[in-house]
Design a protein around this ligand. Structure first.
Ligand code: PLP
Length: 377
């Protein structure tokens, strides 16, 4: 079949994006930190438990800000899962830290606390936790496994999810969000830094404003602004923040629709999965997930490739996900070897993600389910 009838992901349009962008364009504050940035930051803060939220140009940039804020540098080690996006690691490598790759839990695919305990050392400055697919990693156990290290939640997948009643994004000293258009809601490219350790608030503003105390100047706390620290330009335009406000307003409807698709896959693929020995997502007791990804794990790489091809032939775009970072070019140069993180290596070869977006209608969900269950994994 030519063309993809059901893509892996599609941004949802709430209908208010164009109206709010037109409002932003009608005003004169197109740069960062205007009224829409304030509104979006407040909405994100409410969703992540009240920490200070600074919108950024991406989750990658929020991670880079985290590395600067924590003063990570040469001689420091930062533990990250091997099964994650490049930025989780590269943001800290940029500051000269040694990246220590740890394996993930085979059921949740989030960072395994036992691995953190094994890999922690007196040089561990930070542990970066990824809540894969918006399912909480056990942050409490991870923090206990690396006492003295800062915990940063790379919460790119986990907005609106929670762990033991606390929102993801509120559990680390810092957390980072993504508003890339493949995420549950977004503004094309965008992100946020969540600061839960109030001692870091003011420096975070400085780092985001090119290393200047501009925010203090605008609040009237100093009579001129100047270069006071390291920093860069990490703030998005208020025009993009207007798109994000429209999306955040629609978040309850977006989340409800995504959860509906996730639940249907989970229930209606259970028999097929059990019959073929295919693993479905596991949501631990105490976790409320974000319905960000619906994944399946088949037995081998060859089966996974056949399954993706089978679904593509039915017009359905299913995709694999991260390749293990310890085996990337950079990871190998840093000493990564085959077998270092066996779960990450296996998951990279055997995971398939099914289409999941708010506007995936019932008929399309049925089409995906029918195509999956027609596959003899
Ligand atoms: C876990 C994780 N962290 C960070 C990122 C980077 O996000 P952004 O594109 O907003 O920089 C991604 C992107 O998909 C991701 O999956």
């Amino acid at each position: 079949m030519s063309g993809v009838a059901i893509p892996y992901s599609r941004p949802h349009r709430s209908g208010r994006e164009a109206t709010l962008v037109a409002q932003a364009l009608a005003g004169d504050h197109w740069r960062g930190d205007g009224p829409f940035t304030a509104q979006a930051s407040a909405l994100v803060s409410a969703a992540v438990g009240g920490g200070k939220v600074l919108l950024t140009t991406s989750c990658t940039h929020a991670l880079e800000m985290s590395a600067l804020l924590l003063g990570v540098g040469p001689g420091d080690e930062v533990i990250v899962p091997s099964f994650t996006f490049v930025s989780t690691a590269s943001a800290f490598a940029l500051r000269g830290a040694r990246i220590v790759f740890a394996d993930v839990d085979p059921r949740t695919l989030g960072l395994d606390p036992a691995e953190v305990a094994r890999k922690a050392s007196p040089r561990t400055r930070a542990v970066v936790v990824v809540h894969y697919a918006g399912v909480a990693a056990d942050v409490d156990a991870i923090a206990a496994a690396a006492p003295g290290a800062a915990v940063v939640e790379d919460n790119a997948h986990g907005l609106f999810a929670s762990w033991r009643g606390r929102p993801l994004g509120s559990l680390g000293q810092l957390a980072t969000q993504s508003f890339h258009d493949t995420k549950n809601l977004g503004c094309g490219e965008g992100g946020a830094l969540v600061i839960n350790d109030r001692a870091l608030d003011e420096r975070a503003e400085i780092i985001r404003e090119k290393g200047t105390n501009r925010a203090r100047f605008f609040r009237g706390q100093v009579d001129k602004y100047t270069w006071v620290d390291l920093g860069s330009s990490y703030l998005p335009s208020d025009l993009l923040a207007a798109v994000l406000v429209a999306q955040l307003e629609a978040a309850p409807a977006i989340q409800a629709a995504r959860h509906q698709v996730w639940r249907r896959y989970h229930a209606e693929l259970a028999g097929w999965a059990a019959h073929h020995g295919v693993q479905q997502p596991h949501v631990p007791v105490g976790a409320e997930h974000a319905a960000h990804i619906y994944w399946l794990r088949v037995a081998t790489l060859a089966t996974r490739q056949r399954m993706i091809a089978h679904l593509a032939a039915a017009g359905i775009q299913a995709t694999f996900h991260y390749q293990p970072l310890h085996l990337s070019e950079v990871g190998r140069k840093a000493g990564g070897r085959d077998g270092d993180c066996p779960v990450s290596e296996q998951v990279a070869d055997t995971l398939v993600r099914l289409p999941l977006y708010a506007d995936l209608g019932d008929a399309d969900v049925e089409r995906v389910i029918a195509a999956v269950t027609a596959f003899g994994a």
